[in-house]
Design a protein around this ligand. Structure first.
Ligand SMILES: *Cc1c(COP(=O)(O)O)cnc(C)c1O
Length: 384
């Protein structure tokens, strides 16, 4: 990074800056694939899988077409379907619940914790009881590592063990994070992630991966991602998907993974600066002891009747922001008929009205960080 800010504009997520750093190595990686010509399941795919497994302390990594299919493949591998209940947060991206409904199982929405934005274990326990009351069979819990912060796994694992459920971690936003010394990817029965370009580790298209320590489960997923293939390619032993990661995307990811640890450290420094400079006046994200976030988003909570005003003020000051997520899933048209842990999910509803995410990417310069912080303080001074 240069000391002098080249651009005056602040970007919310800057992929161009990252590319300018490692463009030669990425172009070489793409040309190697063009030269060998194995575009589907080429050597880069298994090399990436080995590296990702090593990075996350998981025994097996299976890449696939995207982070949504990754979750779907887990449900398929365990035969989860009609009559089964799968517990998901309401305050998340739609994909987490979509795959459950897509398998004709029932997503049951669980509330979140106000401080962590993540699944509330107390609400999870209620949701499991609710599933039984309405005659469904509880099967799996899918906590989300929202905004890059691992969910409260100690508490969730205790519940999962008590009811003998499966734990599938949706870490589309949290790859690279850690929970009490455990890496994301090594927690639960399996973990999924996404390489959508704007995720902390992104490719230049769609991509996803599954991590597990269960060898038999890994081999079923490997079969499912190629139409449920058996040992003979033309003897399909189960109904699967076509969900492979392109070799070109794998080659790109190998180059990006090489600088990923450094990028996580940069994100941590930026988050620490934001927190140090903003915590006296704003509700900053809470980092629980023992957790390491990859800061997919840096998200403040502001009074709901002031959020619109803040968004507009920051925009006028050249500071882009985003609202993740303006509407919890249990309030969305496609999902409002599914059961919820309790009649209302008050925290999810409150968060949807209060959250605002600030610019966050590893290449956000100190000048830009100060511009963001100053604009926030100026706004606060005006409304105080
Ligand atoms: C992005 C995301 C997904 C889906 O990933 P895709 O690769 O876009 O399919 C799933 N869950 C969460 C929480 C996400 O943020």
């Amino acid at each position: 990074m240069t000391l002098v800010e080249k651009k005056q504009t602040i970007t919310f997520i800057d992929l161009a800056e990252q590319l300018s750093r490692n463009r030669p190595s990425i172009e070489e990686a793409i040309s190697r694939v063009l030269n060998h010509g194995v575009f589907i399941l080429g050597p880069e795919v298994s090399e990436l899988e080995h590296r990702l497994a090593k990075f996350s302390d998981a025994k097996h990594c299976i890449t696939c077409a995207n982070g949504t299919d990754a979750i779907s493949l887990l449900l398929m591998a365990k035969g989860i379907g009609p009559g089964d209940a799968v517990f998901v947060p309401s305050f998340t991206f739609a994909a987490t619940a979509e795959v459950v409904a897509g398998r004709c199982a029932t997503p049951i929405f669980v509330d979140s914790c106000y401080d962590s934005f993540n699944m509330d274990p107390v609400s999870l326990d209620r949701a499991i009881k609710k599933a039984k009351e309405i005659g469904l069979t509880p099967k799996a819990v899918i906590p989300v590592d929202l905004f890059g912060l691992p969910a409260d796994y100690d508490a969730i694992e205790a519940i999962v063990d008590q009811y003998k459920l499966l734990l599938f971690c949706d870490s589309a936003q949290g790859f690279g994070a850690e929970y009490k010394g455990r890496k994301v990817g090594s927690i639960g029965h399996a973990t999924t992630t996404s390489f959508f370009p704007a995720k902390p580790l992104g490719c230049y298209g769609d991509g996803g991966a599954i991590f597990t320590n269960d060898e038999e489960f890994a081999s079923i997923i490997e079969s499912l991602r190629v139409h449920g293939k058996g040992t003979d390619k033309y003897d399909n032993v189960r109904i699967g998907l076509n969900s492979r990661l392109d070799t070109i995307q794998a080659a790109i990811l190998i180059e990006k993974l090489a600088i990923f640890s450094e990028e996580i450290e940069s994100r941590e420094k930026i988050a620490a600066n934001y927190t140090n400079m903003l915590s006296s006046t704003f509700k900053v994200p809470h980092l629980p002891a023992g957790s390491r976030s990859v800061w997919a988003q840096y998200t403040l909570r502001v009074a709901s009747d002031r959020r619109q005003n803040l968004t507009e003020y920051l925009k006028a000051r050249g500071v882009p922001t985003s609202i993740y997520y303006p509407r919890p899933l249990h309030k969305q048209t496609a999902y409002q008929e599914f059961p919820t842990a309790t009649e209302n999910l008050p925290v999810s509803e409150k968060l949807a009205n209060e959250v605002i995410s600030l610019p966050m990417h590893p290449y956000l310069s100190l000048d830009s960080q100060y511009m963001v912080i100053e604009a926030l303080h100026d706004w606060n001074f005006r409304i105080a």
